[in-house]
Design a protein around this ligand. Structure first.
Ligand SMILES: [Zn+2]
Ligand SMILES: [Zn+2]
Length: 330
């Protein structure tokens, strides 16, 4: 099969993915074989490819927003032909304290798709049957792919921030995750305030119903109940914090962040304001989000890339050169 393989991390400008012909994976016991129909490109892929997250395998196929069709290792629940999604959480041990207490997103021994095991920048991939999510047949693979990490993690961020219907919510950064989160928030009747770089991102935010749109670190004109930062920038966290009412929450949706600049505790955190990080996802987040996405007919903006163009898809995401999400179609 054809796959995009990362032999050693490197700057994306140096085209670190090698497009190769390699043997198709064989499903072992407890695995299903998927023919990959589409695989979304996530910002976390950049951190893996560029080595900001430590390398776990000598040769890795990245990609953790996989839409695939079961073609091997079928089970009664997942017969051949079932269309499923695979996300960042590829498995957990099921036995640690976190797994036993409804925090499987924090499992001590997790499997991460496209990081600790091979992912979906390929024509075929294997996955654990208990960590794939059957998708409605009506959902186009292209539009389902970005829902599987950007969408689910964005949804979890809203939960971590404690967003309630009708609240004022700020989004700092407006990439793949935020442009899905705003649609959920609008569905909940929230007023959404978006601070982001790039005129096209600001136009997209406006078209999706933002109550106010400003530049990267600009402060919304009202005090926010909640804020979520999507930009991998510590300065955005401080900007979000400075926009909160007392008791408000900032949720940081970033697996990797540059340093958070020093800030004034008395003015910015005092008053029971909170900063929380958002780590991974649970299967319940995935199921709840995917059913909500189907109900509100969530359809992300996507730009497609062939597998041969994987090295072009990465900079497009890194440089915010496209609106919405990048999706590789093998
Ligand atoms: Zn665990
Ligand atoms: Zn991701």
């Amino acid at each position: 099969m054809k796959a995009a393989v990362l032999a050693s991390p490197g700057k994306i400008a140096d085209r670190p993915l090698h497009i190769e012909e390699i043997p198709q994976p064989k499903p072992e016991a407890g695995q299903v074989l998927l023919r990959v129909l589409a695989c979304g490109v996530c910002r976390t892929d950049l951190h893996i490819v560029e080595g900001e997250l430590p390398s776990l395998r000598s040769r890795l196929i990245p990609g953790h927003q996989i839409v695939g069709e079961v073609v091997g290792g079928a089970t009664a629940e997942l017969p051949n032909g079932t269309r499923v999604g695979v996300s960042w959480i590829g498995g957990t041990d099921g036995s640690c304290w976190y797994c036993r207490n409804n925090f499987e997103n924090l499992c001590d021994a997790p499997t991460f798709t496209g990081y600790s095991v091979n992912g979906g920048y390929a024509e075929y991939a294997v996955a654990r049957p208990d960590f794939v999510f059957p998708l409605p047949a009506a959902l186009d693979p292209l539009y389902a792919a970005p829902l599987l990490c950007a969408g689910i993690i964005g949804f979890r961020s809203l939960r971590v921030a404690g967003a309630e219907p009708g609240e004022k919510v700020g989004l700092f950064g407006f990439g793949a995750s935020a442009h899905l989160a705003i649609e959920v928030l609008r569905h909940w009747g929230c007023d959404v305030y978006v601070s982001t770089r790039g005129a096209s991102h600001r136009r997209l935010a406006e078209s999706l119903g933002a109550a106010w749109v400003g530049s990267e670190l600009e402060k919304p004109p009202v005090e926010l109940d909640r804020a979520i930062t999507f930009a991998p920038s510590g300065a955005a966290v401080v900007a979000a914090l400075s926009s909160l009412r007392k008791g408000g929450v900032v949720a940081i949706n970033a697996i990797h962040l540059d340093r958070i600049p020093e800030f004034d505790y008395d003015r910015l955190l005092w008053g029971e304001r909170q900063i929380r990080s958002v780590a991974n996802m649970t299967r319940a987040d995935a199921r709840d989000f995917l059913s909500l996405a189907a109900a509100i007919r969530l359809r992300p903006q996507v730009t497609t890339f062939a597998l041969d163009q994987a090295n072009e898809a990465l900079p497009a995401v890194k440089n915010d050169a496209i609106d919405g999400a990048a999706v590789i179609v093998p």
